[in-house]
Design a protein around this ligand. Structure first.
Ligand code: ADP
Ligand code: MG
Length: 244
């Protein structure tokens, strides 16, 4: 009935003379989890940054719930309020407590009352097992805990779409599991996500659809069992062999 949450059509992004996204099209339905895989430099981060309007596209259209967000007249803040993004580096404010990190944007940007924002934040932290860390500062948390706080922060506005860019790449191996488990829970709650990752076992578990990026194009896409176990394109095969 309803259209896609995200639709990218013919998106092109150029840095200098490098074509980073090349006539790229991608559509993501509500509750769908799309995982982007591909070699370093294939354009995964740029794709996510274009969706969050951290980059402007050189051609093509990106729609969020049908609205053309690449229209130069679009209100960037209003669009970003509907999209959550989490990066590899946790980007928590070191001088703010966990609770203040999580409630800063709702209070400042969305002028939400402190009490209401904090009540919501405490409930969210409780859900991810971090209720007892609300008044801690980021440097007292493990990397996995910091990244879970960053995810809670991205969810505070109840975004239509959550973008995750290599969120476990900076973590010690023993901390990866707790972050991926949280993403799995979000999937269970129906959060629509686009995820760039190097973790193929995670891609297999969480993805409805895996897209293989190569030179700024989606070379091949499909359900994880198809794309990861029976890739059709020789370049997809080569990539999967290399990282196996
Ligand atoms: P991935 O996330 O898949 O590793 P990126 O989207 O980060 O790929 O990068 C794709 C290409 O774009 C790379 O060749 C990278 O060097 C280039 N690139 C990314 N950001 C910039 C930038 N701000 N200026 C110039 N080149 C960039
Ligand atoms: Mg990247």
């Amino acid at each position: 009935m309803t259209g896609p949450v995200l639709s990218m059509t013919g998106v092109r992004k150029v840095f200098g003379t490098t074509v980073v996204l090349d006539d790229l099209s991608l559509s993501v339905s509500e509750h769908e989890v799309v995982v982007l895989i591909g070699a370093s430099g294939s354009g995964k981060s740029t794709l996510l940054r274009c969706v969050n309007l951290l980059e402007t596209v050189d051609d093509g259209v990106i729609r969020l719930d049908g609205e053309d967000i690449t229209d130069p007249r679009v209100n960037v803040d209003r669009v970003r309020r509907r999209i959550g993004i989490v990066f590899q580096s946790f980007n928590l404010f070191p001088h703010l407590s966990v609770l203040d990190n999580v409630t800063l944007a709702p209070r400042l940007v969305h002028s939400r009352a402190r009490a209401s924002a904090e009540e919501h934040a405490r409930a969210m932290l409780d859900r991810v097992g971090l209720a007892d860390k609300a008044s801690s500062y980021p440097d007292r948390l493990s990397g996995g805990q910091q990244q879970r706080v960053a995810i809670v922060r991205a969810l505070m506005n109840e975004p239509r779409l959550l973008l995750l860019d290599e969120i476990t790449s900076a973590l010690d191996p023993e901390l990866v599991g707790e972050v991926l488990a949280l993403v799995g829970e979000l999937r269970g709650q129906g959060v629509t996500m686009v995820i760039a990752t190097h973790e193929m076992s995670f891609a297999r578990q969480v993805a409805d659809r895996v897209c293989f990026l190569d030179g700024g194009r989606i070379l091949e896409s499909g359900p994880p069992a198809e794309l990861l176990d029976a890739p059709r394109d020789p370049r997809t095969r080569q990539f999967l062999r290399r990282i196996a």
